[in-house]
Ligand binder design. Structure first.
Ligand code: 13P
Length: 315
C-alpha cells in the first residue's frame, strides 16, 4: 500500500474500532502524526490511567506496552512490533538483578521505567527521566538507594543530589551512549550560538557541554521557551519532529553518532514501528501484551508509587 492509502486506512480503523494510539517522541514522524497522544515515558504512563477506549496501540518499545498494560489491565494493549526492545531494559536481566537486590538489603530500589515488568516487581518506586531527580530527592538522605539500570542517568543524579553512595546497576542506552564530545564540539564550532540539549542518559562529558539536560519532554519545552534560534540535540532523533513542528522558525541539528556516517542517531527499535505495522496491528489486533496477573500486581506498585509522587510534586 502507498503511504497515503496506509494513512487513510489507519485513520479509518482507529475510528471504526475506537482504538487509541499512543506514541513516544522517538517514533517516526509519520507514526507520531497519527497518534492520539504523543509524549515521553511519563506522559504515556499518565495517559494509560485515563484511557477511555477498550483497545490501545502503543507505538513505542516493549516496556512501554507493558507499562500501559500494568496500569490498564482490562484494556487490550497492542504493540505493532514485538521485537521493539530497549537496550536499557535488556541491560537489566531479572535473575541477575534479583541477586543484586538481594545482596543489598535495606536499600530502596528505584528503577527506570525502561525495565521489564519482572524487574519492576523488584522495585519500590519507578522513575522516568522527567522525574528521576525529584524522586530520588524526595527520599530521606538517610535512606540507602539502589538505582537501576542506567549508569549515566545515575551519575547525573549523583552529581545533582550529592548522593555519592547511591548503588548503581551497570546498564546503559545504546543510543545515548553513542553521542560523543567530539561531534558536539565540531557542531558547536559550526553553530556557535546554538544551545546544546542533552538527555541524561548521555555520558557525563556530553552532559557537561549541555545548556539543558532533561527528558525528551523537558528538552522540547526548553526549545519552545528559549529565545535561541539554533539547537544541537543529543537525544534520539525522533524528537526533532516535535521540536521543529512547534518552533518552525528555529533550527534543530541532530548529533550524529560517533560510529556512523548517517546524519542522526536513531533507535532502531523505535524505528521498527512503521505505518505498515501500525496498520496491521489495528486491523488484526496484534500483538497483544499479556502479563500474568500476579506479576502485574507486583509491578504495578512501583509505577503507581511513581505516579502518585509525581502528581504530588506537580510533575
Ligand atoms: P523519556 O521518555 O523519559 O525522555 O526517555 C526516553 C527513553 O526511553 C530514553 O532511552
Amino acid at each position: 500500500m502507498e503511504e497515503a492509502q496506509l494513512v487513510d486506512e489507519i485513520r479509518r480503523l482507529k475510528q471504526e474500532k475506537r482504538v487509541a494510539v499512543l506514541a513516544h517522541y522517538y517514533t517516526a514522524p509519520q507514526v507520531q502524526r497519527l497518534a492520539d497522544c504523543v509524549g515521553d515515558s511519563l506522559a504515556l504512563a499518565y495517559e494509560a490511567t485515563r484511557l477511555t477506549s477498550e483497545v490501545v496501540v502503543v507505538c513505542g518499545v516493549h516496556f512501554m506496552g507493558e507499562t500501559v498494560k500494568i496500569l490498564a489491565p482490562t484494556k487490550k494493549v497492542l504493540l505493532p512490533d514485538v521485537n521493539a526492545s530497549c537496550s536499557l531494559a535488556e541491560s537489566c536481566e531479572y535473575t541477575a538483578f534479583k541477586k543484586f537486590v538481594e545482596a543489598h538489603p535495606h536499600h530502596t530500589v528505584v528503577s527506570y521505567v525502561n525495565t521489564s515488568a519482572a524487574v519492576k516487581s523488584l522495585t519500590d518506586i519507578c522513575c522516568t527521566s522527567s522525574n528521576a531527580l525529584a524522586i530520588v530527592n524526595s527520599l530521606p538522605k538517610s535512606e540507602k538507594v539502589l538505582f537501576a539500570p542506567d549508569r549515566n542517568l545515575a551519575s547525573y543524579i549523583k552529581a545533582q543530589t550529592g548522593r555519592e553512595d547511591m548503588l548503581v546497576w551497570d546498564g546503559a542506552c545504546h543510543v545515548h551512549e553513542r553521542f560523543s564530545v567530539e561531534k558536539i564540539v565540531e557542531l558547536k564550532g559550526q553553530h556557535p550560538n546554538a544551545k546544546v540539549l542533552a538527555h541524561p542518559e548521555c555520558k557525563k562529558p556530553v552532559l557537561i557541554l549541555a545548556d539543558e539536560v532533561g527528558s525528551t519532554a523537558a528538552l522540547l519545552k526548553y526549545s519552545q521557551l528559549s529565545t535561541a534560534k539554533e539547537f544541537i540535540v543529543a537525544t534520539e532523533a525522533g524528537i526533532l519532529y516535535q521540536m521543529q513542528r512547534s518552533s518552525p522558525d528555529k533550527t534543530f541539528i541532530p548529533v550524529p553518532p560517533t560510529d556512523s556516517t548517517c546524519g542522526c542517531n536513531d533507535c532502531e527499535y523505535m524505528k521498527l514501528i512503521t505505518l505498515q505495522k501500525l496498520y496491521l496491528s489495528l486491523q488484526h489486533e496484534v500483538h497483544e501484551v499479556l502479563i500474568e496477573e500476579a506479576l502485574r500486581k507486583k509491578a504495578e506498585r512501583s509505577i503507581v508509587s511513581m505516579l502518585d509522587l509525581s502528581k504530588k510534586l506537580g510533575l
